[in-house]
Write a protein of this length. Structure first.
Length: 305
């Protein structure tokens, strides 16, 4: 291969490594959730570019959190099959460079929220970053409570999006936070069960890795899926959502419960994957259908500065 072609190949590998470092699949979900929160704050007459700017700034801070997480976990990532190819483990990206870029992206996202939106959203974004990188990440080595703690920053994107446009945290901001908080438990418990050998090898304290936990993971997944049904229906009960939302939340919640119940009855890879797939379907569908509900759109139709 000629030298110019080698250079192009290396540049492509470098670009791909940087994209991977920011966990694009998680980032896309964060951006979508933040956009929905911002749109519900601004109402149907919102200026879409402004909503996208808020979502992008929130996604930037979340991406930086992922970078710092991988810097702190590079030793344990090396021990797990599912993370052994991450760019900090393979050396495709140096730790110093990751820290510099992560800090720059976090600062850019936070400053955009502070200067173009409001201080509240910037502070919430910074607090989320700190909770994820400095509390949740080290707690994974210490206690199975890490899933509970990690669910808080994980549920923040729609709340920050709402705060960015509304200047406060209320109504739909809290509703979306609660749904996303409860949603995470069956989702991450299924992942932890599927990769329990990896987590145990790395010394991370996940529930399926604990001795005498047989059956407990499935039961916990079922418990939290049962919680998400009434939590999801709160907006309809509160009068800010109509039949479209209510039926969607109920049906999707019951599907989540059914998948989790099957996993609780027998913990195996097929049923754990079913919970995972249903969780990945549940959230974007519910959030999308929320935006189509006429009552939601009417309730959110208020001017935002």
């Amino acid at each position: 291969m000629s030298r110019p072609l080698v250079g192009v190949a290396r540049a492509n590998v470098g670009a791909a490594a940087w994209v991977e470092l920011f966990k694009p699949r998680i980032a896309s979900m964060v951006g979508f959730a933040a956009f929905v929160g911002a749109l519900l704050a601004a109402g149907p007459g919102a200026h879409v570019p402004r909503l996208l700017e808020a979502a992008l700034a929130i996604t930037a801070v979340a991406g930086a959190s992922a970078v710092f997480n991988q810097v702190l976990e590079r030793d344990t990532d090396r021990l797990m099959v599912r993370t052994a190819a991450r760019p900090l483990v393979t050396g495709n990206i140096r730790v110093r460079d990751a820290l510099l870029v992560g800090a720059t992206v976090a600062a850019a996202g936070t400053l955009d929220l502070a200067l173009r939106f409001n201080t509240l959203s910037a502070l919430l974004a910074l607090a989320t970053l700190a909770a994820y990188a400095l509390v949740y990440t080290p707690l994974k080595r210490v206690s199975t409570l890490n899933t509970l703690v990690g669910a808080v920053p994980g549920a923040m994107p729609p709340l920050i999006g709402y705060a960015a446009l509304a200047g406060s945290v209320e109504g739909w901001g809290w509703f979306l936070f609660a749904v996303l908080f409860a949603w995470q438990f069956p989702h991450f418990l299924a992942i932890a069960w599927l990769y329990r050998a990896d987590y145990a090898r790395a010394g991370l304290r996940m529930l399926p890795c604990v001795e005498s936990s047989r059956g407990l993971t499935g039961r916990q997944a079922l418990l939290y899926s049962l919680v998400i049904v009434p939590v999801g229906l709160v907006p309809a009960v509160d009068g800010v959502a109509g039949p479209v939302y209510a039926v969607s939340a109920l049906v999707l919640g019951l599907v989540y419960v059914a998948a989790s119940a099957a996993f609780a009855l027998r913990e195996d890879a097929r049923r754990a994957r079913l919970v995972l797939y249903v969780s990945l379907f549940y959230l974007p569908v519910l959030f999308s259908l929320t935006l189509l509900d006429p009552v939601v759109r009417a309730a959110c139709a208020r001017p935002i500065p």
